[in-house]
Design a protein. Structure first.
Length: 325
């Protein structure tokens, strides 16, 4: 089947479903659900039945809300799916183990596409949000990936849950999930800790470390747990840094993301730690010499239903280093 024919079938399937019309292309009715998502207004005139997720984070969040029977496909698995989602995940078609491109996405006939990161919507990846909108397919991007300058990342994540509840008709589940996670955040925040400086090292690419800036989840997790992210002066989620700059900022604690199953050089936490111990400057840091290191699943450093697990583990790691764990 030719590419144009397949796109035509995808469009017919979406319009026949009558589920969604993005960008104001159809006037909202009394029964419509309207949500804002990362610069776009999405209007749903029915409940979506064919959802495609572009990354593991959004996949697991929707599974936590019981959406597995409505998921037409997923992609971009960075690490093992959390055990509590494994059975449900096994029933979802994996359209690509890596980043999804437009052809298999459109062949899946989605009536909504969900992603944690707007960077997944480019012409050489899933297609731009405008392109998919033209086909009648709305695109939802996590609010965490779109800082507004006023709302903290966890609050934006809970807004995602709220919006998913409206879109998929699972408001009660979404509200319960948000309430449980708010309680977990409050529990970590209630512990009084001595302030420490922390660096979050997510990945290393060609020897260059990528660290947490002020716009992502780790920055807020640091504040919640009473710590200071040493790269809070950089207004990005995961900016590129250098080992020398990390050493210059002299963190008291180093958090390392583990992405072992992703398979790229430097993804394993052990590989990152080995680089630090072999580096002529970083190896001299007190945090390295005294092994004041916390290892966390890298997937949990990004916005998803599992981010609160990273927060709890981070708090427990700080307590252990301080001799209270």
């Amino acid at each position: 089947m030719s590419h144009p024919a397949r796109l035509g079938l995808a469009l017919v399937a979406v319009l026949a479903a009558g589920c969604a019309t993005p960008g104001g292309a159809q006037a909202p009715t009394a029964q419509s659900v309207v949500v804002d998502s990362c610069g776009k207004q999405l209007t749903f005139t029915g409940t979506p039945q064919r959802v495609v997720t572009l990354d593991q984070n959004s996949t697991e969040t929707l599974l936590a809300l019981g959406m597995q029977d409505r998921m037409a496909g997923t992609a971009n698995v960075k690490t093992k799916v959390a055990p509590r989602f494994a059975d449900a995940y096994a029933k979802i078609p994996v359209l690509s183990p890596k980043i999804l491109t437009s052809e298999p996405l459109r062949a899946a006939n989605p009536d909504v596409v969900v992603a944690s990161f707007k960077e997944l919507f480019t012409a050489d990846r899933a297609g731009t949000r405008d392109e998919l909108e033209t086909l009648g397919v709305p695109t939802f991007v996590s609010a965490v990936n779109c800082p507004d300058g006023t709302t903290a990342p966890f609050d934006r994540l809970f807004r995602d849950y709220e919006n998913f509840g409206k879109i998929f008709g699972v408001t009660e589940k979404a509200n319960q999930l948000a309430a449980e996670q708010r309680a977990a955040v409050a529990e970590v925040q209630a512990v009084k800790r001595d302030p420490v400086k922390v660096v979050w090292v997510y990945s290393v690419f060609k020897g260059v470390p990528y660290v947490a800036g002020k716009d992502g989840m780790p920055s807020q997790m640091s504040r919640i747990a009473g710590a200071v992210n040493v790269f809070d002066d950089l207004s990005q989620e995961w900016p590129e840094a250098s080992w020398e700059e990390i050493a210059r900022r002299d963190p008291d604690v180093i958090v390392i993301g583990d992405l072992s199953e992703r398979g790229n050089p430097g993804d394993k936490a052990s590989e990152k730690l080995a680089m630090m111990r072999e580096h002529p400057v970083v190896s001299q840091l007190k945090a390295v010499r005294e092994n004041k290191v916390i290892e966390l699943p890298g997937i949990e450093m990004d916005p998803s239903v599992r981010t609160v697990d990273a927060l709890k583990a981070f708090g427990a790691g700080l307590d252990k280093i301080a001799g209270r764990g």
